[in-house]
Write a protein that binds this ligand. Structure first.
Ligand SMILES: [Zn+2]
Length: 81
């Protein structure tokens, strides 16, 4: 086994790029890819960043054990702590 996967994430606020562990991310799965997002907190400026997650990103993040919550229409997102 190699070292745990890390993901490069870029912050639109301060434009820095950081490498983050999987547990720094949250993935919100909507019913469509347009409602599927991943989020993280920028380690440089502390901004809460949320970005659209495409299919490959979802696969990579879930495969690495990123915490996932499923969003369903008409319900508030439930957070798994
Ligand atoms: Zn930032």
């Amino acid at each position: 086994m190699s070292a745990p996967t890390r993901f490069k994430a870029s912050c639109p606020d301060c434009r820095s790029t950081a490498e983050l562990d999987p547990d720094a991310f949250r993935l919100a799965l909507g019913r469509t890819s347009e409602r599927t997002y991943y989020s993280f907190t920028c380690p440089s400026c502390g901004a809460a960043v949320r970005k659209r997650a495409g299919e490959r990103i979802v696969e990579a993040l879930t495969g690495a054990g990123v915490r996932t919550m499923r969003l369903h229409l008409g319900q508030q997102p439930s957070t798994v702590a």
